[in-house]
Design a protein around this ligand. Sequence first.
Ligand SMILES: *[C@@H]1O[C@H](CO)[C@@H](O)[C@H](O)[C@H]1NC(C)=O
Ligand SMILES: *[C@@H]1O[C@H](CO)[C@@H](O)[C@H](O)[C@H]1NC(C)=O
Ligand SMILES: *[C@@H]1O[C@H](CO)[C@@H](O)[C@H](O)[C@H]1NC(C)=O
Ligand SMILES: *[C@@H]1O[C@H](CO)[C@@H](O)[C@H](O)[C@H]1NC(C)=O
Ligand SMILES: *[C@@H]1O[C@H](CO)[C@@H](O)[C@H](O)[C@H]1NC(C)=O
Ligand SMILES: *[C@@H]1O[C@H](CO)[C@@H](O)[C@H](O)[C@H]1NC(C)=O
Ligand SMILES: *[C@@H]1O[C@H](CO)[C@@H](O)[C@H](O)[C@H]1NC(C)=O
Ligand SMILES: *[C@@H]1O[C@H](CO)[C@@H](O)[C@H](O)[C@H]1NC(C)=O
Ligand SMILES: *[C@@H]1O[C@H](CO)[C@@H](O)[C@H](O)[C@H]1NC(C)=O
Ligand SMILES: *[C@@H]1O[C@H](CO)[C@@H](O)[C@H](O)[C@H]1NC(C)=O
Ligand SMILES: *[C@@H]1O[C@H](CO)[C@@H](O)[C@H](O)[C@H]1NC(C)=O
Ligand SMILES: *[C@@H]1O[C@H](CO)[C@@H](O)[C@H](O)[C@H]1NC(C)=O
Length: 439
Amino acid sequence: MDISSFSSHLNLLITSFLLLQCLIDCSSANSDINTDRSSLTAFKSRISFDPHNILTKNWSDDSNICSWIGVTCDSRYHRVTQLNVSSMDLVGTIPPEIAKLSHLVSLDVSENSFHGPIPTSIFNMSNLQVLDLRNNSLSSKLPFDMCKHNLHKLKRLRISYNELYGEIPSSLEGCSQLEYLSLYSNNFSGHVPSQIGNLTLLQQLSLGANNLTGNIPREIGNLTMLQLLNFGDNKLSGNIPKEIGYLSNLQSLNIRVNQFSGAIPTTIYGMTSLMYCDFALNHLNGSLSRDIRNMTSLRRIGLENNNLIGEIPKEIGDLANFERLSMCCNKITGSVPREIGNLTNMVGIYLGNNALSGSIPKELGRLVNLWELQLKDNYLITGSIPKEFGNMASLTYLLLYNNKLSGAIPNEIGNMTLLRELRLYNNSLSGDFLSLYIL
Ligand SMILES: *[C@@H]1O[C@H](CO)[C@@H](O)[C@H](O)[C@H]1NC(C)=O
Ligand SMILES: *[C@@H]1O[C@H](CO)[C@@H](O)[C@H](O)[C@H]1NC(C)=O
Ligand SMILES: *[C@@H]1O[C@H](CO)[C@@H](O)[C@H](O)[C@H]1NC(C)=O
Ligand SMILES: *[C@@H]1O[C@H](CO)[C@@H](O)[C@H](O)[C@H]1NC(C)=O
Ligand SMILES: *[C@@H]1O[C@H](CO)[C@@H](O)[C@H](O)[C@H]1NC(C)=O
Ligand SMILES: *[C@@H]1O[C@H](CO)[C@@H](O)[C@H](O)[C@H]1NC(C)=O
Ligand SMILES: *[C@@H]1O[C@H](CO)[C@@H](O)[C@H](O)[C@H]1NC(C)=O
Ligand SMILES: *[C@@H]1O[C@H](CO)[C@@H](O)[C@H](O)[C@H]1NC(C)=O
Ligand SMILES: *[C@@H]1O[C@H](CO)[C@@H](O)[C@H](O)[C@H]1NC(C)=O
Ligand SMILES: *[C@@H]1O[C@H](CO)[C@@H](O)[C@H](O)[C@H]1NC(C)=O
Ligand SMILES: *[C@@H]1O[C@H](CO)[C@@H](O)[C@H](O)[C@H]1NC(C)=O
Ligand SMILES: *[C@@H]1O[C@H](CO)[C@@H](O)[C@H](O)[C@H]1NC(C)=O
């Protein structure tokens, strides 16, 4: 056999091999795309109302499913990899057949009106990385073994704003690639499972606006990548675990509206990335530490409606980015620190319903961006209203009633052209109110 004849034999061999290969591959690809088609058809058949006729018109039987709106296919295998029907005002239920889209990486049905249960088959989709069911009316439990089997690639799970109930499954630890988990605004009850501490890649964790009880597990301190943590609006109790202070990348911490008691753990003052911190509406006691000066990123702190005592640390004046101090309705004593006047980004100071005394520092007049100043119902604040207040060009609400202020109301108040509410009653103020008529 000469070289050319050998090469033509080889060519023939390769060609037949490729043909054979295609007979196997191409037919299996066809049957797979047909599986995908029947999954999508099942999905469409469960839509009871499609007000903009999107699927009704576009998902037609005689067109390629890869051209359907919201469907993305893999260019190589021609399999459906993404289904995104977000914000189409669809009404319907989610069929279990959806899970037969075996190459699906991303499923987004958010911002529609899907009701009924989340089919458990969804938790078997081994390629899924994104599952977004936000803002529907889905109502079921999460299966106790939801992450035990196949969700090993899941990075993003968003089920917020639905009507799910039951306990948060401890098997969540099996979804070890999770970076984003939101169960916000559902009706979950029971405890926060300690196994949540195993999800060490989490960057955002939101369990707020549910019916959770018990303590925050100490294991939360293991989630060192966390940037956002929201436990707000639940029925959680006990102390705030000191381990929360170990979350050195945390930027936003919300535990407002719960039943936490005891003092704020000192570890919190070591959180140098924290910008937004909301502890309002709990039963916290003790006082704020001067170490608050260490929280160099802090912009807003919400402490209203607790049982806090002690004074406002003047070190707050060292926080260059600070914007909002909300401490109304506690048992704070001492006076308003003049150092707050150094914080030119301040937009709100809420210190009403405490036991503050002393006079109002004239330095507050430097706060040209301040929108609301609330010192009402302290009963003990004395002295006069500083004329420097006339510089607070953004001030819209000035609530100083129920105190012991005296002297004349300064004419400069008339410079506050944005003022909408001025309440000064139950003080011993005097003055020419005519000059205030320009308000
Ligand atoms: C469905 O929508 C896609 C994208 O807008 C379009 O390319 C396709 O032609 C539409 N198909 C039908 C049957 O209307
Ligand atoms: C789905 O589409 C919307 C736009 O309609 C987009 O904002 C959203 O990010 C998409 N979802 C995913 C998971 O890509
Ligand atoms: C999930 O997959 C397992 C096998 O991996 C199977 O035994 C089980 O029935 C499946 N569950 C659902 C709800 O499809
Ligand atoms: C949820 O979707 C509805 C429209 O279906 C919208 O009015 C509502 O504002 C959305 N809620 C949230 C929290 O995004
Ligand atoms: C929490 O549970 C109580 C009863 O246990 C119920 O009355 C209440 O509506 C629930 N809250 C939410 C947000 O579902
Ligand atoms: C939440 O669940 C509780 C039982 O755990 C039930 O009594 C309550 O009605 C539910 N609330 C809502 C808003 O679904
Ligand atoms: C969860 O973390 C604990 C240690 O904190 C470890 O013993 C356990 O094996 C972890 N579980 C999984 C599923 O990785
Ligand atoms: C997780 O946190 C617990 C309690 O704080 C601790 O005992 C455990 O060693 C931590 N596990 C890992 C893997 O860091
Ligand atoms: C704070 O409350 C706890 C109980 O929650 C109590 O044991 C402690 O004595 C209180 N501390 C102060 C300073 O009132
Ligand atoms: C705050 O900073 C000071 C000085 O660097 C340090 O001694 C102190 O331990 C810090 N406090 C906290 C709670 O991190
Ligand atoms: C802050 O304010 C105080 C008192 O008003 C003043 O003595 C101090 O120098 C100010 N600090 C800075 C850094 O501006
Ligand atoms: C503020 O009001 C006073 C007294 O009414 C007036 O003399 C002064 O010019 C005003 N300042 C500004 C900046 O408008």
